[in-house]
Ligand binder design. Structure first.
Ligand code: GUN
Length: 304
């Protein structure tokens, strides 16, 4: 188990490496059968965070043997032009996964774009068909990488999920809503009682303090404080927030949604940030891509 022996940190990097090991074996088997998985990234404009995220994903593809290509389009690209590119990628048999890096410029409707990606190549799990499959408990779709990453962290850290009180902070389409759908499912490693809190929730701290598992995806720097956490609760920090810090190299630094220094002495297992959910999200993207390639070629990954 990748839990720090002295502290209560969940080592997301170590667990991500376990998953990479499993995915690499699948990629090798697919490559030997003449179908190396192919993943295409599409990025619009030069948002610094998106550049960094796509860069990290590209490097991991290289490391695992996934063939990746990145299309960098100008900020002013029209929805029509982007839809044309997606249509070409949908038709290209060497492309098994398509990832349109969000956020997109305000002139482009994100929902239209995510719905244009073939559901079979939607390794992000954002297409309405895959969202629907997740809600219905159909395991044949793609599950969004970040909530799937949190789920794997809980499972591989032996955190009891069944009958647990789970509180999720944040109701976004990328993390909060799919996270709730995963954990309340009637299934193994699920069956939790889920409360989804958001900006209009009354008595938010009270909800948090009941949680056996508290998942923060609210996008507010160091929002979760020690007095909101039940002693011994598992705390998962999904947030990535840039804050001013005159002592830091370029005057800013990244922090999560959890005040780690204050919460760690009170909590049970807790994810550090960085080094918790982030590396796991990339691991789940690689796994989804291997699955997409396997499904496209009719190979059962479980039998590899
Ligand atoms: N931007 C932030 N997270 C994500 C993600 O999981 N997928 C995509 N496509 N864009 C993102």
């Amino acid at each position: 188990m990748a839990i720090d022996a002295i502290e209560n940190r969940i080592d997301g990097r170590a667990i991500a490496e376990q998953i990479h090991g499993e995915t690499r074996r699948h990629i090798e088997a697919l490559s030997e059968r003449g179908t190396p998985p192919g993943l295409v990234f599409v990025r619009l404009g030069e948002d610094p965070a998106s550049r960094v995220y796509v860069g990290m994903k590209e490097k991991t593809c290289d490391r695992l043997g996934i063939q990746s290509t990145t299309h960098v389009l100008p900020e002013g690209t029209s929805e029509k032009e982007l839809l044309k590119l997606i249509s070409e990628l949908n038709a290209n048999p060497t492309v098994h996964g398509i990832l349109i890096q969000a956020p997109l410029p305000a002139t482009i409707n994100e929902a239209t774009i995510f719905a244009a990606v073939s559901p079979n190549k939607d390794v992000d799990g954002f297409h309405p068909v895959n969202v629907g499959k997740l809600l219905l408990g159909d395991s044949g779709g793609f599950v969004p990488c970040t909530p799937a990453a949190v789920h794997e962290l809980l499972i591989r850290s032996s955190v009891p999920i069944q009958s647990a009180e789970v509180v999720i902070l944040g109701r976004g389409n990328i993390v909060g809503k799919p996270m709730a759908a995963i954990l309340c499912q009637k299934a193994n490693h699920a069956n939790a009682t889920v409360t989804l809190c958001h900006s209009r929730t009354a008595n938010l701290a009270e909800h948090c303090s009941r949680a056996d598992i508290l998942i923060a995806a609210i996008g507010v720097a160091e929002f979760v404080k020690a007095d909101m956490v039940k002693p011994g609760a598992t705390v998962i920090d999904v947030g990535v927030n840039r804050i001013a810090d005159p002592k830091a190299k370029n005057g800013t630094r990244l922090v999560g949604d959890v005040d780690f220094a204050a919460v760690q002495p009170v909590s049970g297992l807790i994810t550090p940030n960085p080094g918790g959910v982030g590396p796991m999200t990339i691991a789940l993207l690689m796994r989804n891509t291997a699955r997409a390639a396997a499904r496209a070629t009719g190979v059962e990954l479980e039998s590899i």
